[in-house]
Design a protein around this ligand. Structure first.
Ligand SMILES: *Cc1c(COP(=O)(O)O)cnc(C)c1O
Length: 411
């Protein structure tokens, strides 16, 4: 959360309301300073180790954001061949990109190999095909499911026993057999316990399991601990203390490397941690509607542009930036889609007048990247505030964008 209900509602000295006037609403605005601050905190926390930060591109894939990451010494974690291609287009070298797909065809994995990406394998059947195709000529990483249930919404837990992600830690002996038989070079082990873990102890618990598993893999170059870094969405939220985590992990990792007999690299793949707080979705208050039970504020955006509240019950702070002095009133803020797309129930906002600009905070991660054209609505523009200046990094869609892929057919 970057500012209080009191304002001023500015990014690097630029007024959010003026940005809404200039570029129109709905509008995504990102603050590059916050991204750089978050990156630096990780570089500092893990500075005692050979570390790599692989930004989970799916959180926000705009080319300008990817270039900003690259400039700040951050590499990339991608989950699809298309994300990899966006990364290459933004200037990343193939060797900087870790490809961590799930349920993709072997054909797509072959394409990723051809591009020169580092391949993260999360299925024994794929591992066997990989061994048959490449033997030791192409190294790979193995995604382990440690069966640790980390916090957060059930839909973003990936480490539990029913999860489709990763190869079970209980199957590591089987994996080691496949690896030896096919002469596969396993250069990395990976775990990603889910999108939000509660404390550094859960993280360390996962780490110990991977350290144990590592003894079966003599060719390791790195261990990737995925993500799970939490940021605050509302006051009082638990936040990952990256400095504390850095200290504990540095100790544990150094001890492990000494036992393993070689200094390995430690990798992380934060998405949300790097880009959640940098982003604001600005919308216009189209209507204020009083019903027998509530006062609704209806805005010119909806689940088509920010789906997290509806999909994950995620809490996004909502602020009326046009009326900072206004009396506080209780509102239910809803979207304009023909679904119940409620952004927040019973929120205390400065009195909302039709035409005011409403800001949704923490909208950088999984905001635009999960947006759609549902209800045939156009997707918003994106603006990056960089070194005190606003830059349009994606134009607003126009009707033609909706028709572009349709093929004319006379019925
Ligand atoms: C989504 C994802 C991440 C990033 O998760 P955040 O909660 O955004 O930090 C990291 N690694 C993998 C493999 C993922 O799928």
């Amino acid at each position: 959360m970057q500012f209080s209900q009191q304002g001023p509602y500015q990014i690097q000295g630029l007024s959010l309301e003026a940005l809404a006037q200039e570029y129109g609403t709905p509008l995504y605005v990102y603050d590059a300073d916050i991204i750089e601050r978050q990156v630096q905190s990780l570089h500092t926390a893990f500075g005692g180790l050979k570390h790599r930060i692989k930004y989970a591109a799916k959180a926000l894939t705009n080319q300008a954001i990817l270039k900003l990451m690259n400039k700040n010494g951050v590499e990339l974690d991608v989950v699809s061949i298309e994300e990899a291609q966006l990364g290459l287009q933004a200037g990343f070298a193939p060797s900087q990109i870790l490809y961590t797909p799930n349920s993709v065809s072997f054909k797509e994995i072959q394409e990723a190999v051809a591009l020169g990406l580092t391949i993260n394998i999360d299925n024994i059947s794929i591992l066997e095909q990989f061994g048959n195709a490449y033997e030791s000529s192409v190294p790979c990483c193995i995604r382990i499911n440690p069966h640790i249930v980390a916090g957060g919404n059930a839909k973003i837990q990936t480490g539990h026993i029913d999860s489709k992600f990763g190869i079970s830690i209980l199957q590591m002996k089987h994996v080691a057999r496949v690896v030896r038989s096919s002469n596969i070079r396993v250069e990395g082990l990976h775990i990603h316990t889910g999108s939000e873990f509660l404390n550094s102890d859960v993280f360390l618990q996962g780490a110990e399991l991977v350290f144990d598993a590592a003894t079966d893999f003599p060719d390791l170059r790195f261990i990737d601990f995925g993500s799970g870094f939490k940021v605050a969405y509302k006051e009082g939220d638990h936040v990952t203390d990256v400095m504390e985590l850095g200290q504990k992990m540095t100790q544990a990792f150094k001890r492990f490397c000494a036992e393993y007999g070689r200094e390995l690299e430690i990798w992380f793949e934060p998405g949300k941690y790097l880009v959640s707080e940098c982003g604001y979705l600005l919308a216009n208050a189209n209507v204020v509607k009083t019903t027998p039970s509530s006062v609704f504020v209806g805005v010119d955006t909806g689940l088509n542009h920010l789906i997290r509240p509806m999909m994950y019950d995620a809490y996004h702070e909502i602020v009326n930036i046009s009326n900072p002095e206004g009396a506080k009133r209780i509102y239910t803020v809803v979207g304009y889609i023909c679904e119940t797309d409620t952004f927040g129930y019973d929120r205390k906002l400065s009195e909302v007048r039709e035409g005011d600009v409403i800001a949704f905070l923490n909208a950088g991660a999984y905001g635009f990247s999960m947006s759609s054209n549902y209800n045939s609505r156009l997707r918003p523009a994106e603006v990056l505030i960089y070194k005190g200046k606003a830059h349009l990094i994606r134009r607003r869609e126009v009707l033609d964008d909706l028709l572009r892929t349709q093929v004319d057919f006379q019925v």
